[in-house]
Design a protein around this ligand. Structure first.
Ligand code: UD1
Length: 338
């Protein structure tokens, strides 16, 4: 197939583009590069032995999207583009609603005009909110807790309404748990701008000497070691989940929701210890106050993705840390020339 990937130069996007190219698909990436580097796509081309086409454009620009659909004639879309920092979304909610929600509407309108009605959307476990018991199951009521999460929830609603309005739409809502790791080549990986918000990128920057120590947000939760539990998923497993969802949509209409997670909770201290093992030397940390908005523990029930897609995670926490470390060690400043 020929697939248009929004946000294809980003962390999850670049790994998915590589997986798509390796599976024999043709890819056109649409990305505005606000939070990513074109170098990622150059390296994806190197790894795959063939290139994805690239259009530098913002998803809120319908004319640019129309041109991309006319020029490249994709048959399906995987939609990653969006802003994703929870804290930032509280300060600049309009930017989040404009980029994420309005941007998705312009993408869907452009798709409809070009009769492309198959889409896989990057949603998040954050839509489950604070009231659901863990593990999370797709049929639970959702209710996000911050503007970023609400953009994901609103886009899910828009896509569900769209699917109900016209049976020709084929829609997959993929709720990601905590993506970490990197391609095993060490050539592509996560390259956060500024201070990383997420755990593993922060640990990796301490390990490579860019930060002094990890602050563990809260050591007094009601969990086995007092730190929060999350469901970490290797980014290559996640990328493969997208290909599985796309395959499913080739012979299923309608709107489908799947958790993409491992089904296992890992604590902050367990992740820290696994990363130390991958690095082979101690990584300084200290227990700090809780981070507002953090939930003590959640993980996926991934059984629907296994039953419907034949997909489940196969890569371990150990591999996540080894691969993430290889990327960070070989690229201490990310894609920026060091
Ligand atoms: C966070 C977002 C979530 C988003 C996801 C995207 C919040 C509250 N949640 O999820 O909405 O979908 O990122 O990847 O921001 N931790 C530390 N020290 C650090 C960083 C993190 O101890 O420097 C802890 C956190 O308290 C948490 C765990 O590590 O217990 C994982 O944190 P993180 O990687 O930010 O993911 P989430 O909070 O699960």
């Amino acid at each position: 197939m020929r697939i248009l990937v929004t946000g294809g130069t980003g962390y999850i996007g670049s790994h998915t583009v590589l997986t798509l190219l390796e599976a024999g698909h043709d890819v056109v990436v649409v990305d505005n590069l606000v939070n990513s580097s074109p170098e990622a796509l150059r390296r994806v081309g190197e790894l795959a032995g063939r290139e994805a086409a690239f259009v530098e454009a913002d998803i809120t620009d319908e004319a640019a999207l129309d041109a991309a659909f006319s020029d490249h004639s994709p048959e399906a879309v995987i939609h990653f583009a969006g802003l994703k920092a929870v804290g930032e979304s509280v300060g600049i909610p309009l930017d989040y609603y404009h980029n994420n929600v309005a941007g998705t509407i312009s993408l869907l309108r452009s798709m409809d005009r070009h009769a492309v009605r198959t889409i896989v959307f990057s949603s998040s476990a954050t839509v489950y909110g604070e009231h659901n018991p863990t593990p999370y199951v797709e049929k639970m009521e959702i209710g996000a807790m911050n503007p970023y999460g609400r953009t994901k929830e609103q886009i899910e609603d828009i896509l569900s309404d769209l699917g109900a309005s016209d049976p020709r739409w084929r829609i997959a809502l993929l709720r990601y748990f905590n993506p970490v790791g990197a391609h095993p080549s060490g050539r592509i990986g996560e390259d956060p701008q500024g201070i990383p918000n997420n755990l593993v990128p922060f640990i990796a920057q301490v390990a490579v000497g860019r930060r002094e120590k990890l602050m563990v947000f809260g050591g007094d939760y009601d969990t086995p070691d007092g730190t929060c539990l999350r469901d970490y998923i290797h980014v290559v497993d996640l990328a493969e989940g997208h290909v599985a969802a796309l395959n499913y949509l080739t012979d299923h209409e309608g709107v489908h929701r799947w958790n993409l997670g491992s089904g296992t909770g890992t604590s902050v201290l367990e992740m820290h210890a696994a990363f130390e093992k991958a690095v082979g030397s101690p990584i300084p940390y200290e227990i700090a106050p809780r981070r507002p908005g953090d939930l003590p523990a959640f993980w996926a029930d991934p059984s629907a993705a296994l039953a419907d897609l034949g997909w489940s995670t196969v890569r371990t926490v150990e591999q996540m840390c080894e691969d993430h470390w290889r990327w960070q060690k070989n690229n201490p400043m990310g894609y920026a020339p060091s």
